[in-house]
Design a protein around this ligand. Structure first.
Ligand SMILES: Cc1cc2nc3c(=O)[nH]c(=O)nc-3n(C[C@H](O)[C@H](O)[C@H](O)COP(=O)(O)OP(=O)(O)OC[C@H]3O[C@@H](n4cnc5c(N)ncnc54)[C@H](O)[C@@H]3O)c2cc1C
Length: 282
């Protein structure tokens, strides 16, 4: 590992100035470090400067009517332990709890999960079905982009050079659920996961899958098959078939395509049942 300097700016403006001063590709951003430290160790990134966000005032969780804004550097454990999150967005609670161990969640952040943009992320699918938006801050000012356009692929996002994720906005607390399958809970990453939410404002379902490359995705065919707010058993079965048929599932070293296509049906059915029961899944 090549030597690098670590700086911890006290304000967002200072952080952006640090990134700009380092020059393109010469600086990386550090939040909880649960992904980045491995990247540094494996020399996947070789920065001259590491800009830590730990002093920025972004460890926040703010409810405003139906919407929730989460600061990018808030540890996941603070989302998990917020009683309103558990009550009002059970799928987000379930997805956060799917990430590693309690110890890891004291360190890991939502901003870091989006910044890493892993194909098997447990948080991106639930953000997709909640129609979440990412608030960015950079040398050209502020902008807002929805998660579906922010996440481009593994380690690829719409972040412009020198830009930071400031917060994530969930516009509407929704009945939602997140269900995953992995070999060893708490040690492995999910090799198949399904997130489901119902938007009362739009009177529409949202369904996303995750666990395989290139990135978590919404599956409109399954959303349409679920239909109205109270899908009967036939509509749920049609949606499960549509998900298995249309989700762009591929094989990788962790699971075959056939296995994943089989798994996706019961995961969707159980997610809809969980929403009916008012729970977020596990
Ligand atoms: C043992 C272990 C188990 C894990 N299990 C899971 C799991 O089950 N599910 C899962 O989804 N993930 C898992 N992860 C991955 C990881 O913990 C999460 O992705 C976590 O949310 C990353 O957050 P962080 O704050 O640690 O990010 P960091 O490591 O600090 O950063 C990750 C990336 O995002 C960038 N970044 C961070 N914050 C910002 C910001 N505000 N603006 C712009 N860029 C930013 C960084 O530069 C870096 O490229 C696991 C990791 C480990 C080590």
């Amino acid at each position: 590992m090549a030597p690098f300097a670590v700086v911890a700016p006290a304000s967002p403006d200072e952080a952006i100035a640090e990134l700009r001063a380092a020059g393109p590709g010469e600086a990386v951003v550090l939040a909880g470090g649960t992904d980045l430290l491995f990247d540094l160790e494996d020399s996947r990134v070789g920065p001259r400067r590491v800009v830590s966000l730990r002093r920025l005032p972004w460890r926040t969780l703010d409810w405003n009517g139906p919407s929730l804004t989460i600061g990018s550097t808030l540890p996941l454990r603070a989302i998990e332990t917020d009683p309103e999150v558990r009550r009002r967005i059970p799928g987000l609670y379930a997805a956060v709890r799917a990430v590693g161990s309690v110890a890891l969640r004291h360190q890991a952040t939502l901003g870091g999960n989006l910044g890493r943009s892993a194909p098997a992320s447990d948080l991106i699918p639930i953000l997709l079905v909640l129609d979440a938006e990412v608030d960015l801050l950079g040398p050209s000012g502020e902008r807002r982009i929805d998660v579906d356009r922010f996440v481009l692929g593994s380690r690829r996002t719409a972040l412009a050079p020198g830009e930071l994720i400031r917060s994530i906005r969930i516009p509407e607390a929704r009945p939602s659920a997140y269900l995953w399958q992995r070999v060893r809970p708490f040690h492995d990453i999910s090799h198949m996961a399904v997130a489901v939410a119902f938007s009362a404002a739009r009177s529409a379902w949202r369904v996303a899958v995750s666990g395989f490359p290139p990135r978590p995705l919404l599956v409109p065919e399954a959303e349409e098959a679920l239909g109205g707010p109270e899908p009967g058993p036939e509509a749920v079965a049609r949606a499960a078939d549509a998900l298995a048929a249309h989700a762009p599932i591929v094989a990788d070293r962790r699971a075959s395509e056939a296995y994943r296509r089989q798994l996706v049906r019961p995961l969707l059915q159980r997610a809809v049942q969980a929403i009916r029961a008012g729970s977020g899944g596990r």
